[in-house]
Ligand binder design. Sequence first.
Ligand code: C2O
Length: 586
Amino acid sequence: MAALPLPLASATPSSQSHPVFSKPSYFITHAKRSNRLRVSCTDSRNVETPLGKVDRRNMLLGLGGGLYGAANLISSPGALAEPVSPPQLDKCGLSTYNTNKGVKMEVPCCPPSSETITKYKLPPVTQMKIRPAAQNLTPEYIYKYNKAIECMKQLQKDHPEDPRGFMQQANIHCAYCNGAYTYDTKPGKDPFTLQVHNSWLFFPFHRWYLYFYERILGELIGDPTFALPFWNWDNPKGMYIPEYFLDCRSALHDCKRNPDNLKAVVDLGFTGSKNPDQVVTNNLSIVYNEMVAANADAYGFMGKPYCQGSNEKESGPGSVERGSHTAVHVFVGDPREPAGEDLGNFYSAGRDPLFFCHHSNVDRMWTLWQYYLPSDQIPDKRITSRDFLEASFLFYNEKAELVRVTVEDCLDNRSMGYDFEQCDLPWLDYRPPAQTATAKVIRSRKTAPNAETVFPLNLDKIVRVLVSKTKKGKADELLVIENITVDTTKFLKFDVFVNDEDDDLTDLDKAAYAGTYAQVPHKSGKKTNTTSISLKLTNLYNRMDVEDDDTVLVTLVPRHKGEGVTIGGIKIIENPTPVKTANSSG
Ligand code: C2O
């Protein structure tokens, strides 16, 4: 196991320095007693807006009539290669999911409708909100955060139809992610069901979702500067559930969490390692892999294209979405619950306040990738397709007005008025140790069939195959795992190793670790998705001896139990988007 890397000396230290794994101080009760602190819910009569017009029963059912102007103006549904248009709320249906036992469940998650939809205009930024690292919150901040969530829960009790209430906010995720929005298509075509995961919509959708959630919290406590903390699970100082989420007297508490993981080190790898130090180094290796090493182009990070009428089968999740993001969901979700509630299934994930703290960090990972990724890794990080930029969603803002937002308007967090507390990025130049000279000898003794002879196969145990390189040595190549077909109702994960030299596959902090595929359960039925992933091998070759090899040994290690994934094939191709180095570009 590699030694724990030290935080970068150059990074700005956070306001409090916690030794690794120290717990944050815990003061909610104390803070409540303090006279200095007066945060209360604003009077909901002052903040309630246009809902009076719509029959309440209809709103609860998501049936409120009206003009769905924005939705109607955009696109003929079903056509390929058009940006995703906002859902028609009056056509919102039931969401579905499967229990762990395979029973199909239906659940109503629709928001109220509204007669007016306005295109959202980002307000001018007068004061940058700074989202703090969750482990660094002051007692006052914890108190305020707790109070804001309490207000949101109170609003739900007092006005269940208010779209800013706690369950209404949670249900946004359920509706967008578990199949509530189906669009009519041309006769003879399958209806198109909107899904905001598994594609390039993942980061933008969740950014907007948190943006309004944060503004609503600010509105409810009368503090427009309120900023949503981020769960800093990419840093050893933040690799546990922040303690103030665990007190059952707090609004931040949720009973539906895995009791074994409440105080455990976050495990982004699910390798089965019981050694907390190993879990920490695995985590850093995973984040380094998905942020820096594994992606050859912007889609590798952001996710693949997904358009109006697209079949989800044509898209696929980016590296962080399928990797650390999925892991945190499943780490927290309660395996005793029928469908891994709350965080372990998309339909219920938003019911745990920790979801938003987790996604605040997911959002931060996007900004870090945009602004910190070393420039020698990806040739171009921008996606300029109109199908991406013009994709749009609907949300209720902090005044309970229904607004339409576009991907284009959320690409720069600072123009949206928020930024993140600067923290160490111990994964940024994390390099797993190079393979030793004997590794090559050891792996040459392993016998493995050629990839062409074994696929397709059901990945229910470890598989080792030989794959041909495009040319000998340290070529700029991608490993492509094709036609990964997954059962969307299950948690599934497998790790990919190239030229692994030992059989202890619980360690991910090694040169041979090439990447991960994983998903959070969401849809119902035995619906399947098919996708492929491409993993850049360049960084990995630099840490092992492949000089005169014309094949590599690829190992696929499933981390879930049982069936659910089939793999169509594995091949190695030349990197189609090589990075020009400083030398070659002159
Ligand atoms: Cu929309 Cu982390 O999920």
